[in-house]
Design a protein around this ligand. Structure first.
Ligand code: PBG
Length: 315
């Protein structure tokens, strides 16, 4: 049964497809800007015009969607840039919409890229305040919907954020905008390169008071359950590779579409080893993404989306 590629292909169980892939992009101010992220070779901070071009190229290669992050002009205590009508992500959403009307546009909904302290919520007395953060997170989601996002993706890990967003979207007449919840998001060392890319390293402390402890599996079910009740349309597990058991559990317990985020550090590890000639990058990439698919993900957010799509197109 393994003798030839034709037979192997006939009996293959999990099939990675281009339709499963979402490309994360980082929008920054300016024009014609393409600044490579040093810890993520091949990933760039892109001005809005370049975002549109990059999205069009990805779509052309069969990647159906992008998820957008923003590096604002300036940061403050209340994350004003996150919900500004002319904010960098809002402009990036409009630019992708205009350039590639059929592309799925997802906006990451969080405050950490926009707060002066780099935390995902409102801070007082050195602590992140859950309930006080919900209003700003909901306002951010509405502004992203106004700009044309198909899907908002709350990633702040504040309790009740999905419910708050659903209510705010419905009130603002965006009942059709879907919520992809980062329901199961662990406090992870693998977000390191992202924080360089998005300039969102917390100025003090860490995110362990709101992101999950990596040792916890049952808690993932509780987190997912709450978000289902609050109106999530997708669930997400993040990171992906070190949490394949969690992906499988969530897949088996819930019927919503399931996303997995192959995060910055997972990408950086493969890149670094490949650059040293220690692994075959293409094969390691395809094996990694296939593993995530096999574990139960329907949607994979990955910085490798374009490379993987190219590879899949050749098969
Ligand atoms: C925002 C957010 C983060 C990532 C996605 N959304 C960073 C964090 O929680 O610190 C990480 C993505 C990656 O590492 O690729 N809260």
């Amino acid at each position: 049964m393994r003798r030839t590629e034709a037979v192997r292909s006939l009996v293959r169980e999990a099939r990675l497809a281009r339709e499963n892939l979402i490309l994360p992009l980082f929008a920054c101010p300016g024009e014609g800007v393409r600044r490579e992220v040093s810890s993520m070779p091949g990933v760039f901070n892109l001005s809005v015009d370049e975002i549109a071009r990059e999205a069009a190229n990805a779509f052309e290669l069969g990647v159906p969607g992008v998820i957008l992050f923003g590096l604002p002009e300036s940061k403050d205590e209340t994350a004003t840039g996150a919900y500004a009508e002319r904010g960098v992500v809002q402009e990036a959403i409009r630019a992708v919409r205009r350039a590639v009307p059929d592309m799925v546009v997802i906006a990451d909904t969080c405050l950490c890229e926009y707060t002066s302290h780099g935390h995902c919520g409102v801070v007082r007395g050195g602590e992140v305040l859950n309930d006080e953060s919900l209003e700003l997170i909901a306002r951010t989601a509405v502004s992203q919907a106004e700009a044309g996002a198909d899907i908002v993706a709350p990633s702040a890990m504040m309790d009740g954020q999905v419910g708050a967003i659903r209510e705010a979207l419905d009130e603002a007449d965006f009942g059709n905008v879907a919520i992809m919840s980062y329901a199961v998001k662990y406090a992870s060392a693998f977000y390191g390169p992202f924080r360089e890319a998005a300039d969102s390293t917390p100025a003090f402390g860490d995110r362990r008071a709101y992101q999950m402890d990596s040792a916890n599996a049952r808690e993932a079910i509780r987190e997912a359950e709450l978000d289902v009740m609050e109106g999530a349309d997708f669930l997400m597990v993040k990171p992906a590779g070190p949490y394949l058991d969690i992906l499988r559990t969530v897949r088996d317990r819930f019927d919503l579409p399931l996303a997995a985020y192959h995060v910055s550090g997972e990408y950086a590890m493969l890149k670094a080893a490949a650059q040293r000639g220690w692994i075959d990058e293409k094969r390691a990439m395809m094996e990694t993404l296939t593993g995530i698919k096999r574990a139960g993900a329907d949607v994979i957010l990955t910085y490798y989306a374009v490379d993987a799509a190219r590879e899949l197109a050749r098969r």
